[in-house]
Design a protein around this ligand. Structure first.
Ligand code: ATP
Ligand code: MG
Length: 422
């Protein structure tokens, strides 16, 4: 059968609301250099989408017909990463521009199956042309290409229309695309929250019906998505969207059960997400361990209570064991790095220690490096009535008395003699 010709709609960026002022200068340098070396090069994906809706892109991805080794030869500041599919990382100080070679979703000549028995794509590592690259992207709105040579946006699949209509549509057959990579369901929830782009009723149903496929995704990838969903300043909306699409319960099933049966716990989660979003949007520091602690709080508390009743362990011992048990139950669902689960444990144990209201306890706890996070956690608990006023008031006083150490400003003087005061 003859291959169907693929049409592309090329549109001058000047007739669109394409905010070029927000383009990274370094990404322009990369595009220019690739073009000067005789290669095709485009900005692609989220950056085009975001520039069209007036948002500042998080990162700038580039695709080209140059092979990784050819890219490396052009840029001194380039490192090739990945074994299966090599990508070029080009560094400009703290900014990283990722350059990928066009990929095809066609199977390579080797005989090994490309999919597992649930339809999840295992290999996606064949070079291709732009007309092929476009069809392996997830949503139409993420499949626009921008060329600086002629200032044109290339639209193969109606991405511009979707952006105008603020909607999310998969490229190709929805069920197949979800099965190929179930993480795309989490991406749908994320873009729904981040961009306020709508999902059709049919897409929502497809996701709900296939949400179990998330259990077939490597737990480390789920953790990466968790960070993007909840550490980007729109976590509350992402939670809402994940709940609606049955996705939250696949990653945090015990949290889901507790939140459904206990409205106070659900409010606690929402309050914590709102608070984290506000911190992120005000450029204040956050740590993923805080929200992991929030999500696992009720399951850990319930398990700790059980352990205490059954084994006569102390409250603190029970909490320690329970937090190991509950984190362990999640290990196949979401790979929580040890550094986060251990600091989360400290923060949760401190909730028990906070019950003792003595000066000795205050001076012991206020110097802990987990005090600030544990106190914030306590404040959130108090908002939903999960601890007594007396406890919050006591620790609020302690917190206010804690001397904030002021570090002197970094001395920019590089002269050693001057630094010594000579
Ligand atoms: P943002 O950077 O704002 O989170 P993005 O759309 O740029 O959103 P990235 O993860 O940076 O997301 O991916 C860049 C592009 O790569 C996407 O726009 C999409 O075209 C493609 N892509 C990423 N992940 C997938 C996936 N799982 N399946 C298909 N295409 C994907
Ligand atoms: Mg991106």
């Amino acid at each position: 059968m003859a291959k169907q010709e693929i049409k592309v709609n090329k549109i001058k960026s000047t007739i669109l609301d394409f905010n070029k002022n927000l383009l990274s200068k370094n990404s322009l340098k990369v595009l220019k250099k690739l073009n000067q070396s005789g290669f095709q090069a485009f900005l692609v994906g989220g950056s085009i989408r975001d520039l069209l809706i007036g948002k500042e892109p998080k990162d700038f991805d580039i695709v080209t017909d140059a092979k990784p080794e050819q890219i490396k030869k052009i840029f001194r500041n380039c490192r090739l990463i990945g074994r299966r599919f090599r990508l070029a990382h080009i560094y400009f100080g703290r900014e990283l521009i990722e350059v990928a070679t066009f990929r095809s979703s066609e199977t390579s000549n080797d005989k090994k199956s490309k999919y597992d028995n649930k339809g999840r794509i295992l290999r996606d590592n064949v070079f291709g042309k732009i007309e092929e690259d476009v069809f392996r992207r997830d949503f139409k709105c993420n499949a626009l290409y921008y060329s600086i040579l002629d200032d044109l946006i290339w639209d193969f699949v109606g991405g511009l229309d979707d952006i105008k209509q603020k909607r999310l549509n998969f490229i190709g057959n929805v069920t197949k695309r979800l099965r190929e990579d179930p993480v795309r369901m989490l991406r749908a929830a994320r873009f729904n929250a981040k961009l306020n782009f709508a999902l059709s009723h049919q897409l929502k149903c497809e996701i709900k019906n296939n949400s179990k496929l998330l259990n077939n995704v490597p737990a480390a990838r789920i953790f990466d998505e968790f960070l993007k969903l909840f550490q980007s300043g729109y976590g509350e909306k992402a939670f809402c969207s994940m709940m609606e699409l049955n996705l939250f319960k696949e990653i945090f099933p015990y949290t889901f059960d507790e939140a459904i049966s206990d409205g106070k716990f659900k409010s606690f989660i929402e309050e914590a997400l709102r608070n984290t979003d506000e911190r992120i949007n005000s450029q204040l520091s956050t740590t993923p361990m805080f929200l992991i602690g929030v999500f696992l709080w009720k399951p850990i508390k319930a398990r700790a209570q059980y352990i205490q009743n059954e084994n006569q362990y102390s409250k603190i011992q029970s909490m320690v064991i329970a937090s190991y048990d509950i984190v362990g139950l999640h290990q196949d669902l979401i790979a929580i790095p040890k550094r986060f689960s251990s600091s989360m444990r400290e923060m949760l144990i401190m909730q028990i220690r906070f019950e003792k209201l003595t000066d000795k306890q205050a001076s012991k706890l206020k110097n802990s490096r987990f005090f600030r996070a544990a106190y914030d956690f306590l404040l959130l608990r108090s908002i939903v009535g999960d601890c007594s006023r007396e406890v919050v008031n006591f620790w609020t006083k302690v917190e206010q008395q804690t001397i904030k150490i002021k570090y002197p400003k970094y001395n920019k003087n590089r002269n050693y003699r001057k630094l010594k005061g000579l």
